[in-house]
Design a protein. Structure first.
Length: 434
């Protein structure tokens, strides 16, 4: 079916202000302004078309800009991928559209796949291959070096957060350490360190989740997928500065070997953390990645994680949460988000939150001790103990918008890919500021 854009209203027989009308083998999306550029309406129209069983379309006419095509693709996408879209010629924008699709699809597919396929080691390996492939295409073969630490080797090298969370599962935990260095100079400074939570299935451990909260927990590696896809898009857009990627991957399951409430983890930086809830495991694995990231003296650190239910209570599935004490870096992120038309919202992170994770047996606990806890903020406070200078050059993203359990008028059920463009934009912005 051919799809047209129009600012003209169809015959009254289609009702008042219809979004869609049909004639022969053609559908028309009716927009409310003469510029024929409204991403939200176009995405809604694409969802309606898919809802009517239309699965093979060609975008025709002269009004399909890059952003219009991308909006349509976002709404037309479904997890089963049983559809096809033929795009018009976009000239110089064609490569950008293909890069968004390639990197966005990587994120969506790897989040949507079952945990029987995406194990911790598989997540690390697929992510490394994805970045290496893009680097070879856009920056040269020598641009990527990576190392994966897994299983008992994590314990031997004192990556005790990842190891403790994953030690109860049959599939071993893993950590990806990837260095994208297009300068080929081993002494080149690091622009950014990206750290991603990669919990490929989260049962809650001994603090077990009820079934209706566990059925989508294969998606608890959304942060790892997001930062990987974002680095890939930045590379495709011409990133020429060094970036390091750390993915902290594990399954959080119940077994005789699983970590327990009351356990204390002593991290490589000397911080001791008491486990008061095994379902607050994401911060435990991220701590290992943040310790590594802090040692790189990067211009900034960004971590991404589907970390707290509190963030979803605050913002639903519509925004990613931003928590940081660095005003300039936060402003840069929101400017990037505005340019890319992606939804982010700031939640508070202050010194007072660091006093709300006290422990009687260790330096900190992995849950809040406050009577009324600001869950997303105290989770950030936990992470701050593993960032060398947490008040500057560090952004934490609590990713509430990575996945939808039910469809909306904009998105199908499943992963969204939201945030990929914003983080890629931020990387490129920071790269040009030096």
């Amino acid at each position: 079916m051919q799809i047209l854009l129009s600012s003209e209203q169809p015959p009254k027989s289609w009702g008042k202000n219809p979004l869609l009308s049909f004639s022969d083998n053609q559908a028309t999306i009716h927009l409310e302004n003469s510029e024929k550029s409204d991403r939200t309406l176009i995405q809604k129209a694409a969802r309606k078309l898919r809802g009517q069983g239309i699965d093979d379309v060609e975008l025709v006419g002269n009004d399909w800009s890059l952003e219009n095509c991308w909006a349509f693709y976002q709404g037309f996408y479904t997890a089963k991928q049983d559809w096809a879209v033929e795009f018009p010629e976009l000239g110089d924008d064609h490569e950008e559209l293909l890069a968004r699709i390639q990197c966005g699809d990587f994120v969506r597919e790897i989040i949507n796949l079952p945990s029987s396929v995406i194990t911790p080691l598989e997540l690390a390996q697929r992510s490394a291959r994805f970045i290496a492939g893009l680097a070879e295409e856009y920056a040269g073969k020598s641009a990527v070096d990576f190392h994966i630490i897994s299983g008992e080797e994590l314990k031997a090298q004192n990556y005790l957060g990842i190891w403790n969370v994953g030690k109860g599962a049959e599939n071993p935990p893993a950590m990806l350490q990837l260095d994208f260095n297009p300068t080929a100079n081993p002494e080149s400074p690091v622009l950014a360190c990206l750290v991603g939570k990669g919990i490929t299935f989260d049962s809650g451990g001994y603090s077990i989740k009820p079934s209706n909260f566990m059925d989508s927990m294969r998606t608890d590696m959304g942060g790892a997928a997001l930062v990987t896809g974002a680095l890939g898009l930045a590379i495709a857009r011409g990133l020429n500065r060094r970036v390091k990627l750390f993915l902290c991957c594990a399954e959080n399951l119940v077994s005789g070997n699983a970590f327990k409430l009351g356990d204390i983890i002593t991290y490589r930086n000397g911080v001791k953390a008491e486990i008061l809830n095994t379902d607050a495991e994401g911060r435990l694995v991220l701590a290992d990645g943040l310790i590594d990231a802090s040692s790189e003296n990067a211009q900034f650190i960004l971590d991404a994680a589907t970390l707290t239910g509190a963030a979803k209570v605050a913002l639903g599935n519509d925004y990613h949460c931003v928590l940081s004490m660095d005003e300039e870096l936060t402003t840069d992120l929101f400017n990037a988000a505005k340019e890319e038309q992606e939804p982010f919202w700031r939640l508070p992170f202050e010194e007072l939150h660091r006093s709300q994770i006290s422990s009687s047996f260790a330096d900190i606990s992995n849950t809040s001790s406050a009577a009324v806890a600001a869950g997303a903020s105290t989770a950030t406070a936990f992470l701050s103990h593993f960032v060398k200078d947490y008040q500057q050059n560090w952004l934490h993203l609590d990713c509430s918008a990575t996945y939808r359990k039910t469809p909306s008028d904009l998105w199908a059920t499943g992963a969204t890919g939201l945030g990929v463009q914003t983080i890629a934009n931020l990387l490129l912005t920071k790269a040009t500021q030096l």
